[in-house]
Design a protein around this ligand. Structure first.
Ligand code: AMP
Ligand code: MG
Length: 479
């Protein structure tokens, strides 16, 4: 059905293990992303039946020439280093090239135990699969670099969590599944030849234009740093909280990867946390940029042996590099937030406007997404507290100082402030109904997510913030 062209198989065998997805007798297709398959991946799905797709995207229909593999990686989980994690419940079906020559991984998640399962069952429940499908697709249409959802398949079996839950598999697509943790895996083993191979592979796959460049290690790090700063800026500007920013969940490509207990903020608070396992708030909203830098520092430290034979000198060079470039995270974040309030450029005054606005949202417990829409169309609706007045007067002053017209600022705001995000309470409702076989809300959420900035009148109910009693306070990993 698909012609795989899997370059990861050319790497030495300690980069991955070959193992096949679990055999299933009755997989059934729940969701299939035809637009992604045909237009972006150029897959030749043709007239395949739902049954064929279900078998294929649960790994039941493997060709001998393209074996499935699970990738090795390590990672810092909540700050603690684990030397071996790896794909414990994922199988790479293979890599594909689209019509434009772009390379993608197609990976199954929840497809059974692997050599890296460490006692886990290798499976996924239906809920987390639907959550990742809905949120990753929404993120794509919101303009966030992300893995995509290609298919969701019900396994027909049950998985044991707190209760017995229906099992499912997600087929997802990513520019690659190389992670910071992949580098940490070989660096920790002091396996320099493999680390070098991994580096060369990553350059070739993601930044081929760097081949032959001077200072290629630092230039590569700079590319990754910029891509992470861009990703973080888009998360922050949408009120998105990833929830598990462990280094094994941070891609080298700069795509958002591994959606777990993620959520979009509704009523705003700087220190908002949703994940039920994040007791200390390590991955809270306002900690995400700090953590991204911390994670990136772990990647940079893997490069010590490449930078200089003297470790002290190498560390000095890397520290200087980080100090010189880390401000890029704040710059990109402020740029993105500035646009949300109509600013084409950001200076210290604009930063203060942004800060006061967020303080006001927090103080009044207001919905993050809706407030950015209302401030364009219904500014009179906001409670005129002293903080609001301070914000409003400096906002107007700064807007008027721009060369662009107010109309241009408003257009800019409308183009970056979504009306529709996949709201936590709607996702929960979608999952609850789907568990009973009703996919109406799942399908609605996927549909509405395709045009998040447009007023889709038939779907307006999905833009409404939760009532107090509907608020989702906590989200679960589901592993
Ligand atoms: P995550 O927090 O989902 O990114 O997973 C962290 C690590 O645990 C990865 O190595 C996963 O492959 C592994 N893992 C998560 N859930 C399971 C599971 N149900 N069975 C086996 N391994 C798992
Ligand atoms: Mg992970």
């Amino acid at each position: 059905m698909i012609n795989f062209n899997t370059t990861y198989l050319d790497l030495p065998t300690d980069f991955y293990v070959r193992n096949n997805p679990e055999k299933l007798s009755h997989p059934s297709l729940l969701l299939f992303n035809e637009a992604l398959a045909e237009h972006e991946l150029s897959l030749n799905i043709g007239t395949s039946s739902h049954e064929e797709l279900a078998y294929f995207f649960s790994g039941q229909n493997l060709s001998k020439s393209a074996p499935c593999i699970s990738l090795a990686y390590a990672g810092h989980q909540f700050g603690y280093f684990v030397p071996q994690l790896g794909d414990g419940r994922a199988h790479l079906l293979g890599e594909v090239l689209n019509a434009q020559g772009m390379r993608f991984d197609i990976q199954l998640k929840g497809s059974g135990q692997t050599a890296f399962s460490r006692g886990g069952d290798g499976k996924s429940a239906l809920g987390p699969v639907l959550r990742e499908y809905i949120v990753s697709e929404a993120m794509h249409y919101l303009g966030v670099p992300t893995s995509r959802a290609l298919a969701a398949v019900q396994t027909g079996e049950f998985v044991q969590r707190e209760t017995l839950l229906p099992g499912a598999i997600l087929a997802r697509v990513a520019a690659s599944h190389l992670r910071i943790g992949t580098f940490e895996y070989f660096a920790n083993r002091k396996d320099l030849p493999s680390l070098k191979l991994l580096f060369e592979y990553s350059v070739k796959r993601h930044y081929p234009e760097l081949i032959g460049k001077n200072d290629i290690y630092l230039v590569f790090l700079l590319k990754v740093l910029h891509s992470h700063a861009k990703m973080l800026a888009s998360w922050m500007s949408l009120g998105f909280i990833h929830g598990v920013m462990n280094t094994d969940n941070m891609s080298i490509s700069g795509q958002t990867l591994d959606y777990g207990p993620c959520a979009f903020i509704d009523n705003f608070a700087f220190d908002r946390v949703f994940s039920s396992i994040d007791h200390a708030g390590r991955y809270a909203y306002n900690n995400q940029i700090f953590i991204a830098k911390w994670n990136f520092s772990q990647l940079a430290s893997c490069f010590i042996p490449f930078i200089h034979s003297n470790e002290k000198i190498a560390i000095g060079i890397l520290q200087e590099f980080l100090e010189a470039h880390f401000s890029c995270f704040e710059e990109k974040w402020m740029e993105a937030m500035g646009k949300k309030l109509g600013f084409f450029k950001v200076d210290k005054n604009v930063e203060q406007v942004i800060h006061n606005w967020l303080l006001y949202l927090q103080e009044e417990n207001l919905d993050f997404t809706m407030s950015f829409r209302d401030i364009i169309d219904r500014p009179k609706n906001f409670k005129r507290t002293p903080l609001f007045q301070l914000f409003e007067s400096s906002w107007h002053t700064c807007l008027q100082q721009q060369p662009q017209s107010i109309k241009q600022s408003q257009d800019l705001m409308k183009s970056v402030n979504p009306l529709f995000i996949p709201r936590n309470h709607q996702i929960q409702r979608a999952i609850d109904l789907a568990s009973k076989g009703d996919f109406t809300v799942v399908n609605d959420l996927i549909q509405v997510a395709k045009k998040p900035f447009n007023e889709q009148v038939d779907y307006l109910k999905y833009s409404i913030p939760p009532k107090k009693e509907e608020r989702v306070i906590s989200t679960f990993c589901g592993t």
